[in-house]
Design a protein around this ligand. Structure first.
Ligand code: NCD
Ligand code: ZN
Length: 356
């Protein structure tokens, strides 16, 4: 049985870092494991302009600095690089995409269908109706579109929203812009995995650790479990199996994106709790657990460390991290600014931990 695993330092291609005092707490967890992260722009208000992305990037760097002063960063973690994104709206000007490319620090544009998830009210109402000029420039300049792939029509069944998105949005989008780089973010279904596997052109997908490890039973085990609630919501077991198959297949279209999405404890544990699972603390241990259970530990490095930079056209990291098979108990809660956040699988034992 493999006891230690040294791999190229991984990157997180889908991460929520939040803002304010909580930022320094959560960015430290990511920086201990990952070289880079694609930082989601769904702040309140959202990051829609390059100037706002520049200011947010600076706040992230200040957060890293603060974490370092507090002794929260391990060695090498200070080199963590946030890769910024813009939040697409019905009114994003095409010129903003040119400015984003010129900036050298904006790496992608995020599509949230209006109303799909946390802080998505400013999202797009009609992608091909409202955003054609922007998509044209993105296609021309090679700027990836990151897609939250769920329809938002309230009459559709929550569990069908990803599959319906493929027919209603993805297929028409990719017919209209066949050379546009598209990342289908945090896929959760067999339909999503098979679409990405079989589609023509530059399409990829991120997969979270929690969608590889859990099915929707986790939401209801022994009672209602708010810390397992995220969007897109966990699906049934056959979908989880399809995601494991995709992630461990060696297909370069699938890569790591935690979708670590922290919310203060009280915002989750209430009558109408927020969506989002906090996994940045133990992300690589969770992924190692999922690949190990599938008997595919040898496929972890390509998924976590190679396929993402290859798709984005960036160099792979040159340093390494080491994971060790050793029991780690997930803490019950963690500091989150003046509040606390409950990590996914709090109080449970994991089989892996990062040791260097
Ligand atoms: C995310 C958040 O809280 O920002 N929540 C989530 O459940 N994943 C938003 C998102 O990525 O959908
Ligand atoms: Zn997300």
């Amino acid at each position: 049985m493999v006891q230690r695993l040294t791999i190229t330092r991984p990157d997180d291609w889908h991460l929520h870092l939040r803002d304010g005092p909580a930022l320094a707490h959560v960015v430290a967890h990511s920086a201990r494991q990952f070289g880079r992260a694609i930082v989601m722009p769904n702040l309140n208000p959202p990051v829609t302009r390059v100037a706002e992305a520049a200011a947010y990037r600076q706040r992230i760097q200040q957060g890293l600095h603060l974490a370092e002063q507090r002794g929260d960063l391990g060695k090498d973690a200070a080199g963590f690089e946030p890769l910024m994104t813009l939040y697409l709206t019905d009114n994003t000007p095409a010129d903003e995409i040119r400015r984003a490319v010129e900036s050298g620090f904006v790496y992608a544009v995020k599509l949230y269908p209006a109303g799909a998830t946390t802080n998505s009210d400013a999202g797009v109402t009609d992608l091909l109706g409202r955003c054609r000029a922007v998509l044209e420039v993105m296609q021309e300049l090679g700027m990836p579109l990151l897609v939250h792939g769920e329809v938002t029509d309230p009459d559709t069944d929550l569990f069908d929203r990803e599959a319906l998105f493929i027919d209603r949005v993805m297929l028409p989008l990719r017919r209209a812009f066949p050379a546009l780089k598209v990342v289908f973010e945090h896929i959760t279904t067999r339909e999503g995995a098979h679409y990405v596997r079989d589609a023509d052109g530059p399409v990829a997908a991120t997969i979270t650790a929690h969608h590889l490890l859990y099915n929707r039973n986790a939401l209801f085990t022994g009672g209602l479990q708010p810390h397992w609630y995220c969007l897109p919501v966990l699906k049934r077991e056959s979908h989880r199996e399809a995601l494991v198959e995709a992630a461990t297949s060696g297909n370069p279209r699938f890569f790591l994106g935690t979708d670590s999405a922290p919310h203060a404890r009280g915002a989750k544990e209430q009558a109408c709790g927020c969506a989002g699972c906090y996994t940045a603390l133990h992300a690589m241990a969770l992924y190692a657990q999922a690949f190990d259970r599938a008997g595919k530990l040898e496929a972890l490095e390509a998924f976590a460390s190679w396929h993402g930079p290859d798709f984005y056209g960036l160099p792979r990291n040159t340093d390494t991290i080491t994971l060790e098979r050793a029991e780690m108990t997930v803490p019950n809660e963690l500091p989150f600014g003046d509040d606390t956040v409950v990590p996914l699988a709090a109080g449970e034992a994991l089989d892996w931990r990062v040791v260097g």
